[in-house]
Design a protein around this ligand. Structure first.
Ligand SMILES: NC(=O)c1ccc[n+]([C@@H]2O[C@H](COP(=O)([O-])OP(=O)(O)OC[C@H]3O[C@@H](n4cnc5c(N)ncnc54)[C@H](O)[C@@H]3O)[C@@H](O)[C@H]2O)c1
Length: 258
């Protein structure tokens, strides 16, 4: 039987109808959390909400663009009103968002998009959630960096590396600022998890680049999605009560930063 670590807790998962986000939303709900999903994709959002509702979970779906501070603030307020609280934010909305990897193919709009969704979006959601977390005496925020923000991955380009490194700075600085409010802020930095979006990118790499990734994984296999979900749930839970400002590298040992 699955334990109910999150009974009575309210969680917001941004990008919560995407590959990793939907798996995290489902896992949080299966362990007792009330879950609000924020996503720009109305179609996948509706499917995720219906899937969670059929399990009996309390769930809210909000079409929200995390880049828009006003949209974020009002959606977070609606969640707090409906669930009575906000305890957990999983800021998974992000990615390279279909932008090119190679330097000369990257436009100004591409770099703006990647920085805005990943960095500004995480900032907007964290700030709005913190206001609600203070009212219940604390909370846990999990931000999404990437192996591409921890080192030079061949899979993604410079804007993604900059954004995902930026999220680490944001995480540390925020952790310092809201620690006295009993709000913890930690990052996960996943390696390559072959969600639908990433499978296409991985398949499009040259064979030598695919081998560069695979040969560099000491565990010698690609991960299951749940192997990213569980570290996120750990950071969200009381088991991580003395951890803040940290980053968990979830990459099978492909990168081991000192
Ligand atoms: N999958 C991986 O291998 C991997 C590795 C490292 C880091 N990450 C990070 O994990 C997070 C989730 O990745 P994923 O593979 O599940 O991606 P995904 O593309 O499957 O899902 C991302 C979700 O975010 C939503 N989204 C995009 N822009 C948005 C916006 N402006 N506002 C709100 N929602 C928006 C999308 O509609 C989608 O549902 C991302 O931040 C990504 O960079 C993923």
């Amino acid at each position: 039987m699955v334990s109910a670590r999150f009974n009575g807790k309210a969680a917001i998962v941004t990008g919560g109808s995407g590959g990793l986000g939907s798996a995290i939303a489902e896992a949080l709900a299966s362990e007792g959390a009330m879950v609000a999903i924020f996503d720009t994709n109305a179609e996948t959002l509706q499917k995720s909400v219906i899937a969670l509702e059929t399990t009996g979970a309390k769930v809210i779906g909000e079409v929200v663009d995390v880049r828009n501070d006003e949209e974020v603030k009002s959606a977070v307020e609606r969640v707090a009103k409906s669930f009575g609280r906000v305890d957990i934010l999983v800021a998974a909305a992000g990615g390279s968002l279909g932008t090119p990897r190679d330097l000369n193919d990257i436009s100004e709009a591409d770099i703006d998009l990647v920085m805005d969704v990943n960095v500004k979006g995480t900032f907007n959601c964290a700030r709005a959630a913190i206001e609600q977390m203070k009212k219940v005496g604390g909370g846990s925020i999990i931000t999404f960096s990437s192996i591409g923000g921890r080192g030079a991955s061949p899979v993604t380009g410079v804007p993604y590396a900059a954004a995902k490194s930026g999220i680490l700075g944001l995480t540390r600085r925020l952790a310092k600022e809201v620690g006295p409010d009993n709000i913890r802020v930690n990052a996960v930095a996943p390696g390559l998890f072959l969600t639908g979006r990433l499978q296409g990118m991985f398949d499009a790499l040259a064979e030598s680049e695919r081998n560069e990734v695979l040969n560099a994984i000491p565990l010698k296999r690609m991960p299951e999605i749940n192997e990213c979900v569980q570290p996120v749930l750990f950071l969200a839970s009381d088991a991580a009560s003395y951890m803040t400002g940290t980053v968990l590298d979830v990459n099978g040992g492909r990168l081991m930063p000192s």
